[in-house]
Design a protein around this ligand. Structure first.
Ligand code: NDP
Length: 413
């Protein structure tokens, strides 16, 4: 699912003129244009009222990456054949600190997707209040069906070029889709060999070599904390609520874990093949099965349906299932206007984005019109990068905070 959305056509106003210019300069980059549109729509009225930002061309500057790096990643597969992928690092903005943002390994990766992610990261990172600039990177490499040996060889080749562009005071990547603890370990090992130094150049590392407690959990936990705060504004809580969520990767897994702790019932889980509906709810035992299925065996989510006797909806998304709360936790543009309407009609009261830009512009407008709680990813999924910021501080101090200390900082950030 790599859905591309056209942004609404605006004419005769400041937003329309600005977006036309962005489109002209970034032809063939629909996701990037969509992300810029969503931000511009809310901040251009403010800029219009404050000419200083207009005069200094703040918006024009912020949509232009400081640097774009694109490189060849050649590597040898298990059959001894040469494979070539394309690697990227977008160094978007270093106004308030070193570039910071994840690496995505997925066949859909291209310049447009990484530029949209890097652009979103600018706002997300500054919202944490930590001194982090913004970047994003990755490769059009599919980890699915690859042996550990192949993933290691790919990561080593990727870092053999990337190492010269990153550093603990310059650019500190982390994980994203397709890049978890294992990949970060291979990347860090190669960086260390080439540079002959042990520094905090990556976050999301294993705890025995400089990783922070709670980093794997941080995005999912942070998302649930964020939703709890949103509900509290309406004197409500997660307890007893039915939750529909997408994805079965890092963000999804720890969203489910925290929902269970908070007394909510999660009834869906998905991957790119379709979704499972489990009306009884995912409990701790079923979550253990998901951890093992997805993180160790790297299997398909349809196996969950077989194991726990639930229905599997092939090629479908979970938004038509009745719920109180929805967490889109898989990928960009996975929830469109019709999905939003289905959620609203079924009585959903809160949507918080675990993924980056999962809701289309039209879906967001529908939530706003229905006056339900809506948490954009730039704020709702910032728990991961907030703990990455804490990992950078711990690495600089050569110190490790306890699980409780990091969780407390995440909850209050
Ligand atoms: P993972 O790789 O761990 O999991 C991604 C999940 O989404 C998998 O279940 C995957 O299914 C599914 N998915 C990926 N691409 C598609 C697609 N095109 N269509 C349908 N399903 C898809 O990634 P994360 O959990 O880390 O990331 C999920 C989202 O959260 C991304 O948008 C990411 O940018 C965002 N995010 C992640 C953070 C983090 O700390 N990891 C921080 C902030 C945001 P399959 O296995 O079949 O591909």
């Amino acid at each position: 699912m790599n859905v591309v959305k056209e942004v609404p056509h605006e004419t005769g106003n400041a937003l329309g003129a600005f977006i036309e210019e962005v489109k002209k300069r970034n032809r063939h980059e629909p996701e990037f244009i969509q992300a810029v549109y969503e931000v511009s729509e809310s901040i251009i009225p403010y800029i219009e009222r404050h000419p200083i930002y207009k005069k200094k061309k703040i918006l024009e500057r912020i949509v232009e990456p400081e640097r774009v790096i694109m490189f060849r990643v050649p590597w040898l597969n298990d059959k001894g054949e040469i494979e070539i992928n394309r690697g990227y690092r977008i160094q978007m903005n270093s106004a308030i600190g070193p570039y910071k943002g994840g690496l995505r390994f997925h066949p859909s990766v291209n310049l447009s997707i990484l530029k949209f992610l890097a652009f979103e990261q600018v706002f997300k990172n500054s919202l944490t209040g930590l001194p982090m600039g913004a970047g994003k990177g990755g490769a059009d490499f599919d980890t699915k069906g690859r042996s550990d040996n192949e993933i290691m060889k790919f990561c080593q080749s990727f870092m053999t070029e990337l190492y010269r562009h990153v550093g603990h005071d310059l650019d500190v990547p982390a994980g994203d889709i397709g890049v978890g603890g294992k990949e970060i370990g291979y990347l860090f090992g190669q960086y260390k060999r080439i540079k002959n130094e042990f520094t905090g150049v990556l976050t999301g590392k294993g705890t025995v070599y400089g990783g922070s407690m709670i980093r794997p959990e941080a995005t999912g936990y942070g998302l649930v904390y964020f939703a709890s705060e949103m509900l509290a504004t309406r004197n409500d809580s997660l307890k007893g609520k039915t939750v529909v969520q997408s994805g079965s990767g890092n963000v999804a897994q720890f969203t489910i874990e925290k929902c269970i702790e908070e007394g909510a019932k999660v009834v869906t889980i998905s991957d790119s093949d379709g979704f499972v509906y489990d009306p009884k709810g995912i409990d701790r035992e079923k979550l253990q099965f998901i951890f093992e299925l997805k993180n160790e065996r790297r299997g398909r989510i349809s196996e969950y349906a077989k194991k726990f006797d639930c229905e599997f909806f092939e090629g479908e998304r979970p938004w038509k299932i009745k719920c109180d709360i929805a967490f889109p936790n898989a990928t960009q543009n996975e929830l469109d206007e019709a999905d939003a309407q289905a959620l609203i009609n079924n009585g959903c009261i809160c949507v918080a984005e675990g993924a980056n830009m999962p809701c289309t512009t039209e879906a967001i407008h529908a939530f706003e019109k229905a006056d339900i709680l809506y948490g954009p990813g730039k704020a709702a999924n910032a728990g991961g990068v907030a703990v990455s910021g804490l990992e950078m501080s711990q690495n600089s101090l050569r110190y490790a905070w306890t699980r409780k200390e990091v969780d407390e900082r995440l909850r209050t950030s």
